[in-house]
Write a protein that binds this ligand. Structure first.
Ligand SMILES: [Zn+2]
Ligand SMILES: [Zn+2]
Length: 160
């Protein structure tokens, strides 16, 4: 087990503190997405997505939801604090055929976030000029050809 990983459960929430959540199982992966949607979503350089099994994710507080159609045709529900507007997690309407019900947490919302290492970078074809992809990391210019690559990269980092 990677020494940087804090012990579970992990806690996090929005900027104003009205929405709080708890994660009670090890996530499946953590990656940076440099697509233009994630740049808008984060109003920053990239999105930081941590996949967590829905059954291991508990949340309280005044949520709001904005939904959009993803390129895949699936509807993506994007949840955020109704008070301060921090984006907290995304969830596809149709669960993944292989992974089941998984949420994509915006990982910068974790209370303890200093240890976070994105193990992969996707959509680097649209990354901002100032963003440098660390050498040796898995990356791809668009959508990864197989989600398994993201899971494998996490597993490898987790056991390092
Ligand atoms: Zn808030
Ligand atoms: Zn993205």
């Amino acid at each position: 087990m990677n020494q940087q990983l804090p012990p579970l459960p992990w806690h996090g929430g929005c900027q104003c503190g009205a929405v709080r959540y708890k994660i009670s199982a090890m996530p499946l992966t953590l990656y940076a997405c440099h697509c233009t949607q994630c740049q808008k979503q984060s109003a920053s350089a990239h999105g930081l997505s941590m996949w967590v099994e829905k059954s291991a994710f508990a949340i309280t507080g005044p949520l709001k939801t904005w939904s959009r159609k993803a390129d895949s045709g699936n509807t993506l529900h994007c949840h955020f604090c109704g008070n301060c507007g921090s984006r907290l997690w995304h969830e596809a309407e149709e669960p993944d055929a292989d992974l089941g019900a998984v949420i994509s947490l915006k990982a910068g919302s974790l209370d303890i976030a200093g240890w976070l290492v994105p193990v992969a970078h996707i959509w680097t074809g649209s990354k901002q000029a100032g963003t440098i992809i660390p050498e040796g990391r898995f990356y791809c210019e668009g959508e990864p050809p197989d989600d398994q690559l993201l899971l494998d990269a996490w597993r490898k980092w987790q056991s390092s």
